[in-house]
Design a protein around this ligand. Structure first.
Ligand SMILES: Nc1ncnc2c1ncn2[C@@H]1O[C@H](COP(=O)(O)O)[C@@H](O)[C@H]1OP(=O)(O)O
Ligand SMILES: [Mg+2]
Ligand SMILES: [Mg+2]
Ligand SMILES: [Mg+2]
Length: 348
């Protein structure tokens, strides 16, 4: 008998690996919320949604992107590039663990209309019950555009609980002590079955386990973009905790992956107080990878993240994640700082 969610795990690895092959183009469009989106974001979501539609036709999808801008005349130039890129990825040769039944391999081309419909299948509003997938085709688009860290993120949830999480990090060194060495990692977790790092090429699985808390090496993993998280709140927490190592600034859920493998002590995402709500696709896969590596993920009140509220995590109390034996200590300091700072309590 196979382990629970073996099929979903195998699928998610295959889909994320394939999507990682096409996130190399950076032609950009600016979305309504002023954030950038590239042809890579659209084609990766189209690819994953087409594969999902073939593999698990009844499952619902919460995806970051939608095709409204592409359907508008102004998006035509990008649309042609997306059709080209997505089809290149769809029709690529089958590798180990890939199945033609998932709508991939030679001869699997789709029309522009079919690809836009596929992108829009990610429009599920989310909820508390049933099977659902959540996709961030490129997380950390700003990092991607800077040639730095980004991640292709896919998670599978049942009744609002993440069961499978996969992150593809094409620019992340396999070993942080060799920053100029081989790059390209895949992180995989299944609830109750642990987490692993695999090379993007598919080789060398390594089980992940976070090292115990050590005050002399403890530090924060935080955003590069000051608009995404309050770096000044982190500074206050850091000084109160007596942290001496500087924070590691990195875009995307690659931060969760780094935490899971022991590169950094805590993932810190304190709200900026402008009313932004965190999206489920920005935390689902990464949080499971951290939990399955021995960490705890919560908001700044110590409550677990709730993936059953819809497309967002609801009112924003931030996200903190660290190894089990450091969480209570970190939370205490976080609460000391937030109690003194009204901006982190502002309602969204
Ligand atoms: N104003 C904002 N506040 C917090 N997060 C944001 C904001 N705007 C975009 N994001 C999302 O924050 C995440 C990256 O944050 P960081 O890399 O700093 O951890 C991304 O998911 C990014 O979306 P996107 O997926 O479009 O890149
Ligand atoms: Mg985006
Ligand atoms: Mg994102
Ligand atoms: Mg994104």
């Amino acid at each position: 008998m196979s382990l629970p969610f073996a099929a979903e795990k195998q699928f998610a690895i295959s889909a994320v690996r394939r999507a990682c092959t096409l996130t190399s183009s950076n032609e950009t469009l600016t979305k309504g919320d002023k954030s950038p989106v590239t042809v890579g974001d659209f084609s990766a979501q189209a690819l994953i949604n087409i594969m999902l539609h073939h593999a698990f036709p009844a499952d619902l999808i919460v995806g970051e992107e939608d095709a409204a801008d592409l359907r508008a005349e102004t998006g035509l130039g990008l649309r042609n590039r997306i059709v080209e890129l997505a089809n290149e990825a769809l029709t690529g040769e089958l590798g180990q663990g890939d199945y033609a039944e998932w709508g991939i391999g030679p001869g699997s081309e789709q029309t522009a209309e079919q690809l836009m419909d596929a992108i829009d299948r990610g429009n599920y509003q989310g909820g508390r019950s049933g099977r659902m997938w959540t996709i961030d085709p490129i997380d950390g688009t700003k990092g991607f555009l800077r040639g730095e860290q980004y991640a292709v993120c896919l998670a599978f949830l049942v009744d609002a609980k993440v069961q499978v999480g996969v992150l593809g990090c094409p620019n992340l060194p396999i070993d942080m002590s060799k920053p100029d060495g081989e790059k390209g990692c895949l992180f995989v977790a299944v609830r109750g079955q642990g987490a692993q790092q695999i090379k993007l090429s598919g080789a060398d699985p390594i089980p992940l386990s976070m090292p115990p808390y050590s005050p002399s090496t403890f530090n924060f993993l935080e955003s590069v973009e000051a608009a995404h998280a309050s770096l000044s709140t982190n500074d206050k927490i850091s000084s109160l905790m007596g942290i001496t190592r500087p924070p590691i600034r990195m875009d995307s859920q690659a931060k969760y992956a780094c935490l899971a493998r022991g590169d950094g002590g805590a993932y810190m995402r304190m709200p900026t107080g402008v009313g932004y709500r965190e999206k489920i696709w920005d935390h689902a896969a990464g949080s499971l990878i951290v939990e399955e590596s021995g960490g705890i993920v919560s908001n700044s009140r110590g409550e677990p993240l709730d993936f059953g509220l819809g497309r967002t995590l609801g009112e924003n109390y931030g996200v903190i994640a660290t190894v089990k034996d450091a969480h209570a200590r970190l939370l205490e300091v976080v609460q000391q700082v937030t109690a003194a700072d009204v901006s982190v309590h502002s309602k969204a």
